[in-house]
Design a protein around this ligand. Structure first.
Ligand SMILES: CC(C)(COP(=O)(O)OP(=O)(O)OC[C@H]1O[C@@H](n2cnc3c(N)ncnc32)[C@H](O)[C@@H]1OP(=O)(O)O)[C@@H](O)C(=O)NCCC(=O)NCCS
Length: 225
């Protein structure tokens, strides 16, 4: 595995908890602008905002009111996207990421790795987790991949995923599966580079209204080990 200058990939230690949580949370919240951009640019939402602005104009005969209504609708759409990601981050932080050692026990074929900058910076810059996939015997699932913005495009995520996949092969897993979303083009590029293939795309299992408004589809990928 090629070395990443100034960065070491190593197994998680209990003292890493807060930094690991912060990296995963920041990675997810960093997707809010692209989620909003996708939602705001979708033809049905453009039509909805235009219809609301048009209705405001028809009622008030004021361009200012029409503009304010359109901007308010866009603001609400942004808050909806942000709320969606905030509630997902809260769920992640109170479930597996609340107790990383307990959620990813090595003796059960799970793992959690971090990327650590070498001195003098010495902070964590990336995370990845691996767990058995209960629904598919012989398969594992890759999750919680995230790299701090300041450390991106240096091969950190590739190093983390290669480390997790090497562990998975050594542990006897025959397949690795994962989910990402249409918003995560960097992750999709990485997974394709590492030989994952798309097996399905679908709207996430959330409320129909949220799915309709945000237009975020999930992509399921897999790789034979
Ligand atoms: C996805 C993410 C982890 C990539 O981290 P990274 O350390 O910058 O990625 P790497 O430098 O290891 O890049 C490896 C490969 O991924 C792809 N890639 C990475 N960033 C990319 C980008 N912005 N656009 C397109 N492809 C990209 C490329 O194929 C790259 O290989 P190359 O450098 O030879 O072109 C990072 O962008 C991130 O944390 N995003 C937010 C959280 C997230 O989406 N996590 C994925 C969960 S499924």
């Amino acid at each position: 595995m090629p070395a990443i200058p100034g960065v070491t990939i190593r197994p998680y230690r209990p003292g890493d908890l807060r930094e690991a949580q912060s990296i995963v949370g920041a990675g997810l919240m960093g997707l809010v602008p692209s989620a909003f951009g996708r939602a705001a640019g979708s033809p049905s939402n453009v039509a909805l905002v235009a219809a609301l602005a048009g209705a405001a104009y028809a009622l008030s005969w004021s361009l200012a009111w029409a503009l304010a209504t359109g901007l308010t609708a866009l603001g609400l759409l942004y808050l909806l996207c942000r709320g969606l990601f905030s509630s997902y981050v809260r769920e992640v932080l109170r479930t597996d990421m609340a107790d990383i050692e307990g959620s990813y026990p090595w003796r059960e074929g799970c793992g959690f790795w971090v990327a650590q900058q070498e001195a003098p910076a010495a902070g964590l810059v990336g995370t990845v987790a691996l767990a058995g996939e209960p629904a598919a015997p012989g398969a594992c699932r890759l999750l919680r991949l995230s790299v701090r913005r300041s450390a991106r495009r240096q091969g950190v995520a590739e190093g983390l995923v290669r480390t997790a996949l090497a562990f998975a092969s050594a542990h006897g897993y025959r397949q690795c599966v994962l989910e990402t979303s249409v918003l995560q083009q960097a992750a999709l590029g990485l997974y394709r580079k590492l030989g994952f293939r798309t097996v399905a795309s679908e709207l996430p299992a959330q409320s129909a209204l949220l799915s309709y408004l945000t237009k975020i589809t999930l992509t399921h990928l897999e790789k034979r080990l």
